[in-house]
Design a protein around this ligand. Structure first.
Ligand code: SF4
Length: 355
């Protein structure tokens, strides 16, 4: 079930019915300000609502002050092992701090961090990873990894509540898609706090995107999950943001920019559809509306097949057609199809109309 509680990370609401927030993590050395800021601007442009930066060294926490001041989106500081860095990250103005209470040096150190978080009004992300469960859950991890993850998360939630702190979200990350689905389903029934979803170390762009779509998509379709991060082995963090948006758009949870529909092609195809689809996709990036555009490889099923699309084209060997809402608008040479499509889209907007 959707989380009942809501937190506010630098103005972005998480949980309690707020739109599912998209986040990613920079892959630069945080202290390298020019590169880190350039990546943050790129992910923000791609649609990230939040961005996390790793803070493993004193120089990173120092850089955090400038990053927080200059970033167009809220910053989450990612801390492991060192509670002093967590405290300094809060003092540097991080909008949220992520820590794993199991690897920060014991409950007393967690309590010290939470005391500072409370004083600054800084929300936290309490993270549990399948690779770093508390020692007392290691046996359970072998016999029942899902229960082990959930027990660890519930244990950390209880620790937060004992400290009289409720301004947090929870993440339980596993490399296993079935375990991620099962554990988040279970946890969503046991705690009212917002959930951060992700498949940890999902893999390369292609395989990782699919694993993430299956795992996160299953949970999101059930209404579980309040913020998502796609973890891909690519230096380009904006690719993670694009994948997250495709998942949210596919589930109709959020809208952002055009939706391109294209047929898979078959033996009836008689023009270079691959180039046409890529060109349409590239040119659609300039539009912000959730306009739906269809590209069909032939007219065998009639343009009525794409009648739900706002605009579309259907190609053939020499000539194709441009259509809108299933109605034929014009016939053009195949080589002019893409230009004709965008002329019609632009005319539509110039006339002040909206999809
Ligand atoms: Fe094949 Fe035409 Fe259908 Fe595309 S629209 S899959 S080319 S029959």
């Amino acid at each position: 079930m959707a989380s009942q509680r809501q937190i506010n990370v630098g103005g972005v609401l998480i949980g309690g019915g707020a739109p599912v927030a998209v986040q990613t993590m920079t892959k630069t050395e945080t202290a390298n300000l020019p590169e880190t800021m350039a990546q943050i601007r790129r992910v923000a442009e791609a649609g990230a609502d939040l961005v996390r930066v790793a803070v493993p060294r004193a120089e990173d926490v120092e850089a955090l002050k400038t990053i927080v001041a200059q970033s167009p989106i809220p910053i989450i500081a990612d801390i492991h092992f060192n509670h002093t860095l967590a405290i300094k990250a809060i003092e540097a103005g991080a909008h949220c701090v992520r820590l794993n209470p199991g690897n920060i040096g014991g409950p007393e150190k967690v309590a010290e961090v939470i005391k500072v978080a409370k004083a600054h009004g800084t929300p936290m992300r309490i993270g549990v990873n399948s690779g770093s469960l508390p020692a007392h859950l290691r046996d359970l991890e072998y016999s029942n990894p899902v229960e082990a993850l959930v027990s660890a998360a519930v244990g950390f939630v209880e620790l937060m509540e004992q400290l009289d702190f409720t301004d947090f979200k929870v993440s339980m990350k596993s490399t296993s898609v079935p375990n991620t689905i099962a554990s988040n389903r279970l946890l969503s029934e046991r705690i009212p706090y917002p959930l951060h979803l992700g498949i940890t170390e999902a893999g390369t762009k292609w395989a990782g995107s699919l694993k993430s779509a299956v795992g996160l998509g299953t949970l999101l379709a059930d209404g579980i999950g309040d913020t998502v991060r796609i973890s891909l082995s690519t230096f380009h963090a904006e690719e993670e943001v694009k994948v997250a948006w495709e998942i949210l758009k596919a589930l109709k949870l959020r809208e952002r920019g055009p939706v391109l529909i294209a047929c898979p092609t078959c033996g009836r195809l008689q023009f270079d559809m691959d180039s046409v689809v890529n060109e349409v996709e590239r040119r659609l990036e300039a539009y912000e509306d959730p306009i739906e555009v269809s590209v069909l490889g032939c007219g065998v099923n009639g343009i009525g097949e794409a009648r739900h699309a706002d605009f579309g084209i259907s190609g053939a060997k020499d000539a194709g057609v441009v259509f809108a809402k299933g109605e034929l608008i014009r016939k053009v040479k195949t080589e002019n199809l893409v230009d004709a499509l965008f002329e019609e889209i632009d005319k539509f907007y110039e006339a002040g109309r909206k999809v």
